[in-house]
Design a protein around this ligand. Structure first.
Ligand SMILES: [Zn+2]
Length: 181
């Protein structure tokens, strides 16, 4: 499993005023800011059973990276790109990755199983990126959002991705939220 295998997309951060600070000072500030936001989101959202076995932190991501965060199941790492633009965006990314962490570390879900992987992605988008959509728009939001994540796993096999979403969408949308609200 690659580190970016359970990644979530985030809005790219907009270039901000650099002022007099050097690039490295700026990236250090970005890193510290990200760490603070991640810590706060973990405090608010992570089930206590998970908090002590999951290491959440920020890391540099290449500009234009297709993902904003990822969960590394083998290492038990939840990683957010330090370029994350705001507390709200960070919380959303942490919420998404926490669903994967709950599935794997608490529920024993095997993400090497295609249906289980699709289900975990559906749940993650349902409870993060699409959670504030009106209920009648939520399924289409999830369907739309899950596609790029699953395409990374199935080498852009569009037919397989659509098949997995159709087979799992309704069932996995209904699974209860395990991440704290
Ligand atoms: Zn995901």
């Amino acid at each position: 499993m690659t580190p970016a295998s359970l990644s979530a997309t985030a809005a790219a951060s907009t270039g901000s005023d650099t002022g007099a600070s050097t690039a490295s000072e700026q990236s250090q500030q970005q890193q510290l800011r990200c760490e603070r936001w991640v810590a706060r989101a973990m405090e608010q959202l992570a089930p206590s059973a998970l908090r002590h076995q999951l290491y959440a932190y920020c890391a540099y991501c290449a500009p234009g990276a297709a993902y904003g965060a990822w969960f590394d199941a083998a290492q038990k790492h939840l990683v957010v790109c330090s370029s994350t633009p705001s507390p709200a965006a960070t919380t959303m990314l942490v919420r998404h990755e926490l669903v994967h962490a709950v599935d794997v570390l608490l529920e024993g879900v095997d993400l090497d199983n295609d249906d289980a992987l699709a289900c975990s992605e559906i749940r993650a988008y349902r409870w993060a990126q699409c959670r504030n959509e009106f209920w009648f728009l939520r399924a289409s939001c999830v369907r739309r959002s899950v596609v790029p994540s699953l395409q990374q796993h199935f080498a852009d096999d569009e037919k397989r991705v659509q098949q997995l979403i159709t087979a799992n969408l309704a069932r996995c949308m209904q699974k209860a939220d395990i991440v704290h609200d």
